[in-house]
Design a protein around this ligand. Structure first.
Ligand SMILES: [Zn+2]
Length: 255
């Protein structure tokens, strides 16, 4: 059994007494990672989204001041992935189960004396459920809650920015850099669902009206975007930017 590299901040690695006596618990900030286990094209493992949360934390935690009161709750690894149904390896948690898991985690953090938490989410399909669960935690348990957001600069083309949404250049590069033994770059492929002028069936995730798509409707390979231009070097650069941005955001939250 091994603990994450940030085990001094990882709540399951502490004794109950240590959790009980953590200083400044009302000002502390607890990170709850939510990922997904779902098909990620032929080139990446199905656990990408679950792994990415751990990778961001691995890289960001050492950048925090030693006494920054930031802690990490046990991650929710499988989540709402029903849009990736029909592929082997996709493990779907019903939206209601995900909502209950998040609410249970937050309610118990509140019972242990914490007042502030943020979800570090690495799977777009979870967002609507997370927002609803967080509202419940705020209204019913008085928790100060948020979806953790720490954007960082990513140099990709406009088409990838608009339509590269899954197992794409960014995700593939991040995984090539951080888990090279789990990937198969030779099988990477490209699938565009539209052009910049014509989004066709799949509108941008942020368009005012979106189609309730499932991946099989839009990409046989399961890749949405261009994974053929992903490289380890890009991934190294982006993961360090992502870690710096996350550490800066967490520092700001507990300052
Ligand atoms: Zn993903």
């Amino acid at each position: 059994m091994s603990w994450p590299s940030y085990r001094n901040r990882y709540l399951p690695a502490m004794t109950r007494g240590a959790i009980d006596t953590l200083p400044n618990k009302d000002k502390a900030f607890v990170v709850l990672p939510t990922g997904a286990i779902e098909q990620h094209g032929p080139q990446l493992p199905v656990g990408v989204d679950a792994l990415l949360g751990q990778i961001y934390l691995d890289r960001a935690m050492p950048l925090l001041a030693e006494d920054a009161p930031v802690y990490v709750a046990p991650p929710i690894q499988a989540a709402k992935s029903n849009e990736h149904t029909g592929y082997p390896g996709t493990l779907i948690l019903h939206r209601e189960s995900l909502r209950q898991l998040i609410v249970s985690a937050g309610r118990q953090l509140s019972e242990w004396g914490f007042k502030r938490m943020g979800v570090l989410n690495t799977h777009g399909g979870n967002i609507s459920v997370i927002k609803s669960a967080l509202r419940e935690l705020s209204l019913d348990y008085g928790m100060e809650v948020q979806v953790l957001s720490s954007p960082y600069e990513i140099d990709i083309c406009a088409r990838e920015r608009a339509y590269g949404i899954h197992a794409n250049e960014v995700e593939s590069s991040l995984m090539y850099a951080t888990t090279p033994d789990m990937v198969d770059p030779a099988s990477a492929t490209c699938c565009w669902t539209g052009t910049l002028d014509d989004p066709k069936i799949l509108k941008s995730e942020f368009a005012p009206a979106t189609y309730a798509w499932k991946t099989l409707d839009i990409s046989r390979s399961g890749v949405v975007g261009d994974a053929t231009v992903a490289t380890r070097e890009k991934g190294e650069l982006w993961i360090s930017r992502a870690a710096e941005a996350l550490a800066a955001r967490l520092t700001e939250l507990v300052s």
